[in-house]
Design a protein around this ligand. Structure first.
Ligand SMILES: O=C(O)C(=O)[C@H]1CC[C@@H](C(=O)O)C1
Ligand SMILES: [Zn+2]
Length: 335
C-alpha cells in the first residue's frame, strides 16, 4: 500500500469461507484493461473520469439538487438486500406456476422522497429496518444533477461499448447504501461498468463457469439469477459444490470503475463501519454475436440452460416436474 493513509481495514469486511484471489487493477489507459474486457474478465479501471463530475455528490448536495421525485428504496430486517422479480411474484400469486408455491419477499420496496430517505439514514439505530436506495437516474432529477450526469466521461464509456461490441446502454442505477448493506450473490444478463463515487464496497465475483457451485434459483422463481447459497451460513449438505467455488474480490473506492462482465456472479457489500456508500452503474445489453465459435463460452452455456428451463417450465407448467424430467433424461445416459 502506498504511504497514503489506508482508507479501510480488513476488519470491515464480512468473513466468508471462500477461496478468493484479487481482481487486477489498471490505469484507465493501460492496454491490459481492454485485454481483460475482451476476454469477458473483470478488471478495476483506475483514475478514469467516468464519474469525476459526481465527486461532489455528498448527501447534502444530493438533497439539495436531486429534485422532488419519488425514489425506490428497499427496506430489510437484516443486512441482505436480495433482489426479487415482481412479475414472477405476480405469476406465482395468480397460480401461473403450479399450485401452492409459496414466496415471501425478503425486503419491502417503497417509494420515498430523498429528504425522508436521508433523514431515516441519519437517524437509523440498531433494530430499525435497514435502507437501500436503488433508483434509475431519470429526468425527475434537478438540473445540476443532469449537468453532472451529462459530464460523466461518456467518451470513455462509449469507446468501451463500441470496442467490446456491447448493445445499447439500458440503465444508470443510482445506489445509496447504508454501511454494511449486502447485495447477495447473483448474475445479470447485462454488461456493467460499476462506478464507485463515495465510500468503499467489497465486490466478490465468480465466472459463469461456476454455475454448478452457486446453485441459482430456478428461472421461474422470483429470485431467478440469485444464488441459493447464504454466504453467511452456507448449507454444504444442500450445496456441496459451494466448497469448490473459486472467486475474485476487490474493494472499490471513489473513482474506481469495476467492469462486471455479463453473466458473472457478484456479491457486493458496503464496508461495515464505513459510513454510507454511493455508486452509479452503467448497464449495457450484450451486442449481437457476429459468429458462433466452438467450444461455446461458459456464459453461452448459461444462456442455453436458461432457455431449456424456460421451455420446460412452459410445457410442464408445474415446476416440480422439471427436475424429475431432466433427471430421467440425463441420469445413466449422458456420462
Ligand atoms: O450493479 C449491479 O449489477 C448490481 O447488482 C447492483 C444492485 C445493488 C448494487 C450494490 O452495489 O449493492 C449493485
Ligand atoms: Zn448485479
Amino acid at each position: 500500500m502506498s504511504n497514503e493513509k489506508k482508507q479501510w481495514d480488513p476488519s470491515q469486511l464480512r468473513k466468508y469461507d471462500i477461496n478468493l484471489e484479487q481482481i487486477s487493477r489498471y490505469d484507465y489507459n493501460d492496454p491490459r484493461v481492454d485485454e481483460l474486457m475482451s476476454q469477458n474478465k473483470p478488471v478495476i479501471i483506475e483514475n478514469s473520469s467516468v464519474v469525476a463530475s459526481a465527486k461532489k455528490w455528498n448527501l447534502d448536495y444530493l438533497e439539495k439538487y436531486m429534485g422532488n421525485g419519488d425514489y425506490t428504496v428497499f427496506l430489510s430486517r437484516n443486512h441482505k438486500f436480495k433482489y426479487y422479480d415482481d412479475k414472477k411474484v405476480a405469476k406465482i400469486n395468480n397460480g401461473d406456476v403450479g399450485k401452492n408455491i409459496e414466496f415471501t419477499q425478503p425486503t419491502k420496496k417503497v417509494d420515498m422522497k430523498l429528504p425522508e430517505f436521508l433523514k431515516r439514514l441519519k437517524e437509523w439505530k440498531r433494530g430499525d429496518d435497514r435502507l437501500y436506495l436503488q433508483q434509475g437516474l431519470n429526468n425527475t432529477v434537478g438540473s445540476e444533477i443532469v449537468r453532472d450526469f451529462l459530464n460523466f466521461d461518456w467518451n470513455f464509456c462509449n469507446s468501451k461499448q463500441a470496442k467490446h461490441n456491447w448493445g445499447p446502454l439500458t440503465y444508470n442505477l443510482l445506489l445509496i447504501a447504508m454501511e454494511g448493506n449486502v447485495t447477495p450473490c447473483h448474475y445479470d444478463e447485462q454488461q456493467n461498468l460499476f462506478a464507485q463515487i463515495y465510500g468503499y464496497k467489497r465486490c466478490i465475483l465468480f465466472p459463469p463457469s461456476q454455475f454448478e457451485c452457486l446453485y441459482p434459483y430456478p428461472v421461474y422463481h422470483p429470485h431467478d439469477r440469485q444464488s441459493m447459497v447464504d454466504f453467511d451460513r452456507p448449507e454444504y449438505s444442500k450445496f456441496p459444490k459451494f466448497k469448490e467455488a473459486k472467486g475474485y474480490e476487490a474493494v472499490v473506492g471513489p473513482g474506481d470503475v469495476l467492469y462486471i462482465p455479463i453473466y458473472w456472479w457478484h456479491h457486493i457489500e458496503s464496508l461495515m463501519r464505513g459510513g454510507h456508500t454511493i455508486t452509479v452503474n452503467f448497464w449495457y445489453k450484450d451486442g449481437p454475436s457476429s459468429s458462433i465459435s466452438y467450444p461455446l463460452r461458459d456464459y453461452q452455456k448459461v444462456a442455453i440452460m436458461r432457455n431449456i428451463e424456460k421451455m420446460l417450465q412452459d410445457v410442464l407448467k408445474d415446476p416440480r416436474e422439471v427436475g424429475p424430467l431432466l433427471r430421467t433424461m440425463v441420469l445413466g445416459r449422458f456420462t
